[in-house]
Write a protein that binds this ligand. Structure first.
Ligand SMILES: Nc1nc2c(ncn2[C@@H]2O[C@H](COP(=O)(O)OP(=O)(O)OP(=O)(O)O)[C@@H](O)[C@H]2O)c(=O)[nH]1
Ligand SMILES: [Mg+2]
Length: 413
């Protein structure tokens, strides 16, 4: 079968395998499927609460909007501006994944701010991790806050915002060829304009101020709210994913904007771990025979899963329109590199076509995948159906993930 190599397939987790074998042994695939359904539903509801804090005007609300994929003027956006805007913690559920909530906390360092009661007032226990934002160097209240968060056993990440403005300001010292204008004046600026030198300087200064304040080996992520694909935002995303407990990882990955290939790859890998459970549900909970195929499965559930993959990788008319607007590209340019159907085009008919495509070759992999040789009667169709749906979902996931990478490449051009 095209695109199938047993060596590349993820092995089914041992405990799932045991559950399936036991259920099939009892002739009770329905029981295993019901358990799988429960596990998947639970996974979709796992809450993730991200706190965004920092000095007033540092760009907290802008960051909250940016990571939710919104513009400041969108209906559900957090209010931004040059005046002090945020006075109490405000919850901003992710528009697509409402179990992920970004909390916009009031500015620290204002006369009303009291570092000793701030975290308690903000109900710090509620949050999975904190982002501390500054648009200059980090000050004593940022450091006090970080130390308090650390004492409470939670993680924090320093974000240095508005680096686009720093670069624009630095550029004023250079002529059109990128040569330093006032070479006689005493300056530490290099002769040639260099973005990476400027960024390294900002990063070093931030790290220095944090170390001086007593924060051991601080990490600082530089970013611009206007261009999340640049600077350290992709690295911040990866760090958050890596440091989060594994059961929360999928929630975070789903909610992250697709700004780096690494994040897309991680998202795909995390979703792959659910395919086995999805196949079980599709073959066991409300499964019906598919006419013309020796497959018994719940095709409506498969349609939902395929649509979810499209949603997770931004492959819908709406998501593409937003992305095209943000990247300043015609939507047709993005669509031109997409090979899979968009969410709106996914129907039972399409799911049926995909099942047919993978049905013939799948059965021979059922031993590899599901650890038992199909024998007689319902077990034969169960094994065949499981492998068919498994391959159908796996290949579709691979395809949409590859599409998302190509779309990302277009937006970065
Ligand atoms: N150039 C640039 N401007 C930014 C960036 N992030 C935020 N700003 C601007 O900085 C100003 C303040 O941003 P907000 O997001 O309202 O700041 P805040 O931290 O929420 O402020 P308070 O709610 O008052 O504490 C706004 O005018 C933003 O447009 C950035 O990355 N680059
Ligand atoms: Mg604000």
């Amino acid at each position: 079968m095209a695109g199938l190599d047993a060596k590349e397939l993820p092995k089914i987790p041992e405990e799932d395998m045991e559950a399936l074998k036991a259920a099939v042994g009892e002739g009770n695939l329905t029981k295993a499927a019901a358990k799988a359904k429960e596990a998947l539903e639970l996974n979709d509801k796992i809450p993730l609460n991200i706190a965004v804090t920092g000095e007033s005007g540092s760009g907290k609300s802008s960051f909250v909007n940016a990571i939710r994929g919104l513009e400041d003027t969108d209906k559900d956006a957090s209010e931004t501006g040059v005046n002090e805007m945020t006075m109490k913690p405000n919850a901003y559920p992710h528009p697509t994944y409402p179990n992920v909530i970004v909390w916009d906390l009031p500015g620290i360092g204002t006369p009303e701010f009291k570092s000793d009661t701030y975290l308690k007032d903000m109900k710090f226990n509620h949050y999975d991790f904190f982002i501390i934002i500054s648009c200059t160097r980090f000050k004593s209240h940022d450091i006090q806050l970080a130390q308090e968060i650390q004492r409470q056993g939670k993680k924090f990440y320093f974000v240095r915002s508005k680096v686009d403005a720093d670069l624009t300001n630095e550029k004023r010292h250079y002529d059109e060829e990128g040569i330093l204008k006032q070479r006689d004046a005493p300056t530490k600026r290099p002769y040639h304009y260099s973005e990476s030198v400027i960024l390294d300087n900002i990063r070093e200064k931030c790290i220095e101020s944090l170390k001086r304040g007593g924060v051991a080996s601080p990490q600082v992520f530089l970013l611009s709210r206007w261009d999340l694909g640049k600077y350290d935002f992709p690295k911040l995303q990866e760090t958050l994913v890596d440091e989060l407990p594994s059961h929360k990882r999928l929630a975070l990955l789903r909610s992250l904007s697709n700004v780096s290939k690494e994040t897309l790859q991680k998202k795909k890998e995390q979703l792959q771990t659910q395919i086995y459970l999805k196949s079980l549900v599709s073959c066991g909970v409300a499964a019906l025979p598919i006419p013309g195929l020796s497959t018994v499965c719940d095709i409506a559930m498969l349609v939902t899963s395929l649509k979810e993959y499209c949603r997770d990788f931004g492959l819908s008319e709406n998501a593409l329109a937003t992305l095209a607007r943000q990247a300043n590209k015609p939507i047709e340019e993005l669509k031109a590199v997409i090979k899979s159907p968009l969410s709106e085009e996914i129907t039972k008919d399409l799911a049926f076509k995909l099942l047919t495509k993978y049905a013939t070759g799948a059965v021979k992999y059922s031993t590899y995948l599901f650890g038992f040789v199909p024998v007689v009667g319902s077990v034969v169709s169960a094994a065949g159906s499981l492998s068919t749906t498994y391959f159908m979902l796996k290949n579709f996931l691979d395809d949409v993930a590859a599409d998302a990478v190509r779309v990302l490449e277009v937006t970065m051009k």
